[in-house]
Each structure stands twice: as structure tokens, then as C-alpha cells.
Design a binder for this molecule. Structure first.
Ligand code: PLP
Length: 397
């Protein structure tokens, strides 16, 4: 909220597509807890499942049948995932997946993309140095140069930079958000994910796709289904936990069997596979059938088209993929972090403030995605578009 010059909204409760603040103001919520709430707030099926699970005990420290059922749901949706390890956050999942990738390849370096976010793993809080594919520099105080020294940061959608990075040194993994949503939504250029897959194979690196946002959202089988590219390791979170803390990483059996206790790569967590989080995740996934994705895609399309029309000939780009959207204040389509950073951030801030005044809570940063839920109906979308038409006028005034 500082980015748009406002105090934070303090939540009192959520109700379907709406967030209610402590002063009783209702907002159409396009943040949805930054992604987990694909069914909206307080979905009855999820609430009931969590209540039932809590009544049976909140944590055991031994496996449950529900964990196995959730791993089964994941494997059924992601053909590249045969085994899954549950953890508590996307950060933990990304960190653990990279540990496994380093162990499996016997290499240290990791390639990541500028503007992509994989949680606050020290080594991944790295910024590009000067040059095409240099070692990363710490992006936060408290992160040491040694921690980012094995992270190579390259521009998204830049095939030459990827090739250069892999040619220069042995790389354990390329880690990517297959549809980056943390620089705003920036789709991969045609063929770019295929290039990552081929380059990883050619150089003996693993392709780690971070589907913490895209998984269970852009399609039933995530971005891997949408774009037809398989990962070696997949990082999952958000929707997987249905609004409670659950995340996971998974992949081929022979890789995952390196993870302790089956294998020698240490990984553990007191509350991993927590029964409440697993219950919320399962209760969410069972509602996400093909029809649900058809509906989410149609709602996203309606909102994107409405926003484009409301923007008229202003220098605005609306980027969208099923369940995700970004309004960029830029006169060119945005294809990487440099372009996202060149947007008119002040216009974006005024737009968000104007939306909030009209009861629409869009993410208050140019570098985040709007998250749609299945609780957003056509009437909510149309109300949003009306508010946006007025908000665009405020920005131009
Ligand atoms: C793509 C991606 N990966 C990883 C993470 C980290 O997840 P968590 O916040 O659960 O640690 C996020 C969080 O927003 C994310 O968007």
C-alpha cells in the first residue's frame, strides 16, 4: 500500500468475492490472499473440511491418508510429478527443490530470471550484475554475496541470455515461473519454455518450474498443461493449500527418491502435510474440474476485454491468462522485467487508489497479478469494469 500512498486495508472477514474491512467497507477482492483463494473467501466446502479435520486433531507428526490423497490429486494433474513432498510454504518448496537439483546434478549454479520471485530463499534474492549472464548480487540487506554467488540472473524471454548462461558454467537448474506473475503477468514468448526445456536437457541441468501461482490456476494441470512443457521438478503452493499453509515440490520418482528419509538429501518439517492444510487443499481441488477452469477462463477474458475497452486509447496494456491479469501502464506490451519497471508507476498507483475508493481492491503494485476467483461472477466483473472506466478517467485528469 505504500506504493500507492495508502494505509493498508485491515481485514475483518471475507465473503465470497468480497473482503470486508474493520470499518465495514466491502471490496471486490482481486488479491484473494495473493492467490490461494481460487474459490473465494470462506468457501463452504473448504470451511467444513477444515472444521472436520480440526475436530479430529490438528497435527500428528505421522502421515495421514489425506496426504496420500492430495499427492494423488497432484500426480493426476501434473504428468511430470510422480512423487510429492509436502512443505509449509512456497519458499520452503523452492529452497528444497533446488537442494535436490544440486544434489542430483552435483553442480552448484542456478539460473533464475530477473523479476521472477520464488519466495525469500536467500540465494534467490539476487539481482542481475552488469553483463548478460553474470553471478547475482544480493537483492536484500542480510543476504550475503556468497549466498547469491551461485545464482545467475537472466532476462525473461531472452533466449540468447539463457544459452550464454548455460554455456558459461555447469548449471544445476533453471528455475522459472512458467507464466511470471511477480513482475505483473508476462507470458512466455512462443517457444521460450520449449527452449528452456531443450537447453536444460542439452546441458544436463534440471528444469524447475515454479507453479506456486500458476499451478491449479491457469489450467487443471497448471502452466505445464497450458503450454505443453514438462518440468523435472515442480514447485507448488497457494491453491494447493486452499488458504491454509501448504506447499509442495515433486517430480519423477527417481529424483524424488533422493529426498530423505528414502534418500540422502535432507529435508524435514514439523508441520509439513498438516491435516488442516491438507483438508483445505483437497476440498479446494475437488471443486476444480474442467468446467471450473472453463468458467475461470471466461471470467478472466470478460474482465480483460472490459478493462481494455475502458482504457480506450490510453497507454495501457492488459495482460491475462486464466485466473490472472495485470494492467500495465505502458504503451508497449510488456515482455520482461525491464519493460515492467519502465511502466508509469505513478499512474498505476492513482488507478489503484481510484479503484479502492470505488470498492475494488486490486493488487497495489504494478509488479503483481490480479487474482480472480470462482466466487467472482459476471455482475462483479461488470461492476469492476465500470469502476475501472471511472478510475482511468481519474488517472488522466
Ligand atoms: C511464484 C512464487 N513462488 C514462490 C513463492 C513463495 O511462496 P510463499 O509466500 O508461500 O513462501 C511465491 C509467493 O508469492 C510465488 O509467487
Amino acid at each position: 500500500m505504500r506504493a500507492i500512498g495508502r494505509d493498508p486495508v485491515f481485514a475483518e472477514r471475507g465473503d465470497g468475492a468480497e473482503l470486508v474491512d474493520v470499518d465495514g467497507n466491502r471490496y471486490l477482492d482481486y488479491v484473494c490472499s495473493w492467490g490461494p483463494l481460487i474459490l473465494g473467501h470462506a468457501n463452504p466446502g473448504v470451511v467444513e473440511a477444515v472444521r472436520d479435520a480440526a475436530a479430529r486433531g490438528t497435527s500428528f507428526g505421522v502421515p495421514t491418508g489425506a496426504e496420500i490423497a492430495l499427492a494423488g490429486e497432484v500426480a493426476e494433474r501434473f504428468r511430470s510429478v510422480e512423487m510429492t513432498r509436502m512443505v509449509n510454504s512456497g519458499t520452503e518448496a523452492a529452497m528444497s527443490a533446488l537442494r535436490l537439483a544440486r544434489a542430483a546434478t552435483g553442480r552448484d549454479a542456478v539460473v533464475k530470471f530477473a523479476g521472477a520471485y520464488h519466495g525469500h530463499v536467500d540465494g534467490l534474492l539476487a539481482e542481475a550484475g552488469s553483463g548478460l549472464a553474470t553471478h547475482g548480487l544480493p537483492a536484500s540487506p542480510g543476504v550475503t554475496a556468497a549466498q547469491t554467488a551461485e545464482t545467475v540472473v537472466v532476462p525473461w524471454n531472452d533466449s540468447d541470455a539463457v544459452r550464454a548462461a548455460l554455456a558459461e558454467r555447469p548449471v544445476a537448474a533453471i528455475i522459472a515461473e512458467p507464466v511470471p506473475a511477480n513482475m505483473g503477468v508476462v507470458q512466455p514468448r512462443k517457444g521460450f519454455l520449449e527452449l528452456l526445456r531443450a537447453a536444460a536437457d542439452e546441458h544436463g541441468a534440471l528444469l524447475v518450474l515454479d507453479e506456486v501461482i500458476s499451478g491449479f490456476r491457469v489450467a487443471r494441470g497448471g502452466a505445464q498443461e497450458l503450454y505443453g512443457v514438462d518440468a523435472d521438478l515442480t514447485v507448488m503452493g497457494k491453491v494447493l493449500g486452499g488458504g491454509l499453509p501448504a506447499a509442495a515440490f515433486g517430480g519423477r520418482r527417481e529424483l524424488m527418491e533422493r529426498v530423505a528419509p528414502a534418500g540422502d538429501v535432507y529435508q524435514a518439517g514439523t508441520l509439513s502435510g498438516n491435516p488442516l492444510a491438507v483438508a483445505a487443499g483437497l476440498a479446494t481441488l475437488v471443486q476444480l474440474d474442467a468446467a471450473a477452469y472453463g468458467r475461470l477462463g471466461a471470467l478472466t477474458g470478460r474482465l480483460a476485454a472490459g478493462l481494455r475497452e475502458a482504457a480506450g486509447d490510453r497507454p495501457v496494456q492488459v495482460a491475462s491468462v486464466c485466473g490472472l491479469l495485470t494492467v500495465f501502464f505502458n504503451d508497449e506490451p510488456v515482455s520482461d522485467f525491464a519493460a515492467a519497471s519502465a511502466c508509469d508507476l505513478d499512474a498505476h498507483a492513482r488507478f489503484c487508489r481510484a479503484l479502492l475508493e470505488r470498492g475494488v481492491y486490486a493488487p497495489p503494485s504494478q509488479f503483481e497479478a490480479w487474482f480472480l476467483s470462482l466466487a467472482h461472477d459476471e455482475a462483479a466483473i461488470d461492476r469492476t469494469v465500470e469502476a475501472a472506466a471511472e478510475a482511468f478517467q481519474d488517472v488522466s485528469a
